[in-house]
Design a protein around this ligand. Structure first.
Ligand SMILES: Cc1cc2nc3c(=O)[nH]c(=O)nc-3n(C[C@H](O)[C@H](O)[C@H](O)COP(=O)(O)OP(=O)(O)OC[C@H]3O[C@@H](n4cnc5c(N)ncnc54)[C@H](O)[C@@H]3O)c2cc1C
Length: 401
């Protein structure tokens, strides 16, 4: 019997296994992952931004774990020679409404103890001649990285320390049992395998609600998949921006808006948007999985969410179908971009937990039983925050022993 079984080899699952090992070097730990390698889900399909922690409600887990996660992600990269760059981020206001929201963001940054600088329209023009705005907030400590490389380094570190990593293994049943020796959790897989452990940690991203239900946990949310579609600028535009360029986000939405990002491998991406995904793990455009559609279509919370957000949802959908609409969003702050600049790039899919009342779960959220911890909501900035999220889970596990 294992001491700990982790479901999911995304950044959160891997970071959790590391954190347990840090505290209990002799623990028997197994990680099971249904894909062929690490980072097959959100962890390998994201914007590659090391967030500073500006946006999140002061006192929330997101605010605290992102602030610490940025520092620890950079330290991890230094330790394993993973390329990263603190290019800095500019949040650009393009009209008076967004300028007022920028004031709120500046106040929030200060409350969250994040260094920012209000540089105004003139400062913006000096730093980024291709970007236009009436005001801007500079976050000099925001960075970029390839999170797949971080996940691969975590995988190798865990394997070297004796953690068992099993790929191509899909968990289909979870049974928690009492017993004289403290009880256990038994897991069965689609491939006919079986594992038993004293504690189970589920870090299943887009499948978080289904895995929680497998374990018999009564949950008040469903994962709704939101596709994030990107474009990529041609190599001739590789110097279009030096910083990450973000619009001022709509505070009622959990997504940050279409941004322009230099990547660590020298490209420039535009995106992601946020449109409903018709397949939780179908990355190519047009992917549909009837089971996934039925799942949200039969959920009252989905329809309540859709009713609250009908206008932005329709605009996003239109811009997803019409590249010219997408371009218009970007041209609000980068007027020099043209349709020819927007080359295809693969999409990501966000796991966003939505409550029965139709509201988005904003913060990171966990469900627990006597012997299990399930990560129910770990959207952005959970890549940046994965190392402290893992530590927090390990501490909770040890406190419950
Ligand atoms: C478009 C997009 C852009 C983003 N940009 C950023 C960013 O710039 N910065 C940032 O900090 N965050 C960003 N994020 C968020 C970040 O990528 C995620 O929050 C983070 O990767 C979540 O990690 P995870 O381990 O919880 O989930 P995942 O990486 O999704 O991992 C879950 C794993 O569980 C496995 N699994 C599921 N079910 C089973 C099963 N039954 N049996 C076995 N294995 C199973 C899956 O195959 C998967 O590998 C972005 C996300 C998206 C989608």
């Amino acid at each position: 019997m294992d001491d700990y079984l982790v479901i999911g080899a995304g950044l959160v699952g891997l970071a959790t296994a590391r954190a347990i090992l840090e505290r209990l070097p002799d623990a028997r730990i197994t990680v099971v992952e249904k894909a062929a390698d690490v980072a097959a889900g959100q962890s390998g399909h994201n914007s590659g931004v090391i967030h500073a922690g500006i946006y999140y409600a002061p006192g929330s887990l997101k605010a605290e774990l992102c602030r610490r996660g940025r520092i620890e992600t950079v330290e991890f990269c230094e330790r394993y020679g993973i390329p990263y760059s603190l290019v800095g981020k500019l949040i650009v206001a393009t009209d008076e409404t967004s300028k007022v929201r920028l004031d709120d963001l500046e106040r929030r940054s200060i409350e969250n103890r994040i260094v920012v600088e209000r540089i105004g329209a003139r400062g913006l023009a000096e730093l980024e001649p291709n970007v236009q705005g009436v005001d801007a907030l500079l976050s000099p400590t925001t960075g970029i990285v390839n999170y797949q490389l971080i996940a691969a380094a975590m995988r190798d570190e865990l394997a070297e320390a004796g953690v068992q990593l099993h790929f191509g293994v899909e968990v289909t049943s979870i049974v928690e049992e009492d017993g004289i020796d403290g009880g256990s959790v038994r897991v069965r897989t689609a491939e006919g395998g079986e594992w038993t452990a004293r504690r189970l940690i589920a870090c299943a991203g887009l499948q978080a609600d289904r895995i929680a239900k497998l374990a018999g946990i009564d949950i008040d949310f469903k994962i709704v998949p939101f596709r994030g579609e990107y474009f990529e600028l041609p190599a001739s535009r590789a110097d279009f921006v030096d910083h990450l360029i973000y619009p001022v986000p709509d505070p009622s939405m959990p997504f940050l808006g279409v941004h322009i990002s230099p990547t660590i491998d020298g490209r420039v991406t535009v995106g992601p948007n946020a449109v409903l995904g018709w397949a939780r793990e179908g990355y190519p455009r047009g992917s549909v999985r009837p089971k996934d559609v039925l799942d949200f279509a039969s959920y009252g919370g989905f329809w309540r969410m859709a009713a609250h957000n009908a206008r932005p949802a329709i605009i996003e959908m239109k811009n997803s179908l019409l590249k010219s609409g997408y371009l218009e969003e970007c041209r609000k702050y980068a007027a020099g971009l043209t349709l020819q600049d927007l080359g295809e790039r693969s999409a990501g899919i966000r796991a966003q937990a939505v409550r029965r009342d139709g509201s988005f779960i904003e913060d990171f959220q966990f469900e627990t039983t006597a012997r299990q911890i399930h990560v129910s909501n770990a959207p952005s900035p959970a890549a940046t925050s994965s190392i402290p999220i893992g530590r927090m889970i390990a501490d909770r596990l040890l406190a419950s022993v």
